[in-house]
Design a protein around this ligand. Structure first.
Ligand code: IVH
Length: 726
């Protein structure tokens, strides 16, 4: 690889890995499978070794992923009202080197043999639990502190929440040291995970992608009461050698078990590589019957003196390694290939499959990523293909079964022209994908951008795929700014729209004017600007004028913004049509400032905890933001400290009962909005905009015309598309 190509690739890899690391650790919503992430990380490691001139101390290869979500610094105590206080780890919390290859485990063992030079030692083989890491401190036999891994140096203090996890003892018994630390994993067993997701879906909340995300999301809940109901579970696997005196790791864990701490019984002491391999083979199959998720095996040198001799790299110990299991696969027939055009113009081949069961769901479609990937797989329609789940969200094809190929099957031809608008496709340098360059005229791109704009994580406007399609076909919307010019009269002239659905749509448009700048910025759909980058940019620059005036160098000052993102933001904000659209959106009342300044709308709810239940005219997520924007705290369960229960349609009967018992007032959405200052109270209040006749206002709505937008905007996940590098 040429030096210039390597530079671009290294930068792309760093950005993608950083963004995904944040999605994994902070948002609990990964968009990449562990395997893809690890493969990209290994590619970056190789490139950095080959091209040391591009070394950077903050490369993801040198940093432990961070789950920190609250600000650090002198105001940490105050800010903890929103998040958690951060506290330093006494000993850094490192991660483990990992591999998917047995040959590399053999190399690990050979290296240990060589380095320990005849000193007898053994291995402790353990399950690799797939949850979120925790560090507990016990003083005089009492649990005094629980910290998340955070960035490895300091973690969030989640002691209150950890106290509500049933199998973590508050008090120890036996012969425990006066003070020690013990580390392990917080897990959500499958049963609790399924129950939680059923409940979330019933409440129209996005389900968690997997038990790991559910565990780490639950551990970061503000209300310990709620944590207690999540069915979390803990297993402990490491006492830092400095924290207690033992000869071996296994003795330390046996002792911990004797003090009443939850330690896995599935550990084995192995002597040599054959016993390690036998352990791996056993658990590769047996883990499917465990009640919780595991994603590999951890192999540790057992003797602590040997561990000390081997030491650490910047990121992980040299005395341990993780062997990771590949995701579950299914094999099925490839029926046909569609070519989808995303909002950026990227063309993604999507496979239509004979339906097959995979990790509990029926898979009918899978992504093939790009033309190179198709060529690499040498895939043909009619082949039997292997499917895996990427990030457990979008399945992907990872291989074919050559034994099943029928004679005469021809390789599919990747289209030369856009399947939607017919424009010849182009492949930019250093991109793995083909693009339709017709940004302003290609219907799929235009609709894709609109759909991204209205999606729940962006402007949260009540419109889904079918609605956007309808607006497009009727010539009502080409850019997001057009949406705000649509009148009720125009809506009612469209098929299937009724007074009520039209009003709900207009209300959601009105409510979107309160969406904070960082989400508006994300909604604009600037390439490579995902939610977290948008947040970073908004907080750094404060408003759109400062952002638009920024030079590329100034953009590079924002944490985690590299040249690719800086270039993309700069180009976007220097295009006449984008500036015009922003000016229109601004005139229509959208927020293009107020970021990074606390941005509270009022303090009418200061010091009050409002619990919400049921459905509202805006999503529950937005309702919680609205409460926070007025100084309140959105609680999730009713207690004596609750100020109000804000009840929408179909509130939870248990919550109502609890309110009746504790004498807590139950208020409707209208009553709630009436508490807010005038200008905000009308947003999304159900009032028709001016110019709507009394006759229209009086018409009886029919629910049949309503389309739940959230359901179909979420699955598009267009921001996901931006990060595919395969
Ligand atoms: S030992 C210094 N043992 O996997 C290393 N980690 O990818 C201490 N994990 O950070 C970690 N099961 O969160 C260890 N049996 C096990 C584990 C385990 C899961 C997690 C842990 C670690 C990560 C590394």
């Amino acid at each position: 690889m040429q030096e210039s190509e390597a530079k671009i690739r290294i930068e792309q890899l760093r950005e993608v890995l950083r963004e995904n690391s944040r999605r994994y650790y902070v948002d609990n919503a990964p968009t990449m499978s562990d395997y893809e992430f690890d493969t990209l990380m290994h590619e970056l490691e190789r490139l950095e070794a080959e091209f040391p001139q591009f070394d950077s101390p903050d490369s993801p290869t040198r940093r432990v992923g961070s789950d920190l979500d609250a600000p650090v610094g002198p105001n940490a105590e105050r800010d903890a009202r929103q998040g958690f206080v951060q506290r330093p780890h006494r000993y850094p919390m490192l991660s483990l080197g990992n591999t998917y290859s047995i040959a590399e485990i053999e190399e690990f063992a050979a290296r240990a043999d060589k380095a320990l030079d005849g000193t007898p030692f053994s291995y402790s083989c353990e399950l690799k639990f797939d949850g979120t890491a925790i560090c507990l401190t016990y003083r005089n036999g009492r649990l005094v502190q629980a910290l998340t891994r955070g960035d490895g140096i300091q973690g969030d203090d989640v002691t209150g929440n950890v106290r509500r996890i049933a199998n973590i003892p508050q008090r120890l018994h036996g012969d425990y040291p006066a003070e020690f630390e013990i580390r392990g994993e917080i897990l959500m067993p499958y049963e609790a995970f399924d129950a939680l997701n059923r409940e979330r879906e019933a409440q129209e909340e996005a389900p968690f992608a997997n038990p790991r995300n559910a565990a780490s999301g639950s551990l970061k809940l503000i209300d310990p009461e709620e944590v207690a109901h999540r069915g979390l579970w803990c297993t402990l696997y490491h006492i830092p050698a400095e924290s207690a005196t033992f000869e071996s790791h296994s003795q330390a864990l046996d002792a911990a078990a004797s003090w009443g701490l939850p330690v896995s019984e599935d550990r084995r002491i192995c002597h040599g590589i054959d016993e390690i391999k036998a352990y791996i083979d056993h658990w590769d199959g047996a883990r499917k019957f465990l009640p919780y998720a595991t994603d590999g095996i951890v192999i540790k040198i057992n003797e602590l003196a040997c561990q000390r001799a081997l030491g650490y790299t910047a990121k992980s110990p040299r005395w341990a390694v993780a062997y990771k299991f590949k995701a579950e696969q299914a094999c099925t027939e490839l029926l046909s290939i569609d070519y989808q055009v995303g909002r950026t113009g990227a063309v993604t081949p999507v496979a239509n499959l004979a339906p097959v069961q995979l990790s509990g769901t029926l898979v009918k479609r899978a992504t093939l990523n790009n033309a190179d990937q198709m060529a690499l797989l040498d895939i043909r329609v009619g082949d039997w293909v292997f499917v895996e789940k990427g990030g457990e969200i979008i399945p992907k094809i990872t291989g074919i079964d050559p034994a099943h190929r029928s004679a005469g099957a021809l390789p599919p031809a990747f289209p030369e022209r856009c399947p939607d608008c017919g424009t010849p496709l182009v492949k930019p340098e250093a991109e793995a994908r083909w693009f339709c360059p017709n940004q302003d005229g290609c219907p799929m791109q235009i609709k894709g951008r609109l759909l991204h704009f209205v999606s729940r994580k962006a402007m949260d406007i009540l419109a889904g795929e079918a609605t956007v399609e309808q607006f497009y076909d009727a010539g009502l919307a080409r850019t997001p700014a057009d949406l705000y010019d649509i009148s009720k009269y125009q809506l009612l002239s469209l098929e299937g729209w009724q007074e009520r659905s039209a009003q709900r749509f207009l209300d959601s448009l009105e409510a979107s004017k309160q969406v904070p700048f960082e989400r508006v910025l994300f909604a604009l759909g600037i390439r490579y600007v995902g939610e977290t980058t948008a947040k970073g940019l908004a907080r750094h620059f404060g408003d759109i004028d400062a952002l638009a005036a920024a030079t590329k160098e100034q953009l590079l000052e924002v944490e985690d913004v590299g040249e690719v993102i800086a270039g993309s933001v700069f180009d976007f904000l220097h295009k006449e049509e984008h500036l015009e659209m922003i000016a229109r959106l601004r005139a229509q009342g959208l927020r293009f400032d107020g970021a990074g300044k606390g941005a509270a709308l009022s303090d009418v709810l200061a010091g009050k905890t409002v619990v919400i239940s049921g459905n509202f005219s805006i999503s529950r997520e937005r309702m919680k933001e609205l409460i926070a924007a007025h100084g309140g705290k959105a609680g999730s369960s009713v207690s004596a400290r609750t100020a109000y229960l804000l009840a929408g349609t179909k509130p939870g009967p248990e919550k109502l009962k609890q309110c009746a018992k504790l004498g807590i007032p139950v208020i409707s959405e209208e009553e709630f909005r009436a508490m807010l200052p005038e200008d905000i109270a009308t947003a999304g209040s159900g009032l028709p905009p001016e110019g709507v006749s009394a006759a229209e206002r009086g018409r009886i709505p029919s629910p049949s015309g309503d389309k739940p937008a959230d359901a179909d905007t979420e699955k598009n996940g267009q921001n996901v598309e931006e990060l595919t590098l395969f």
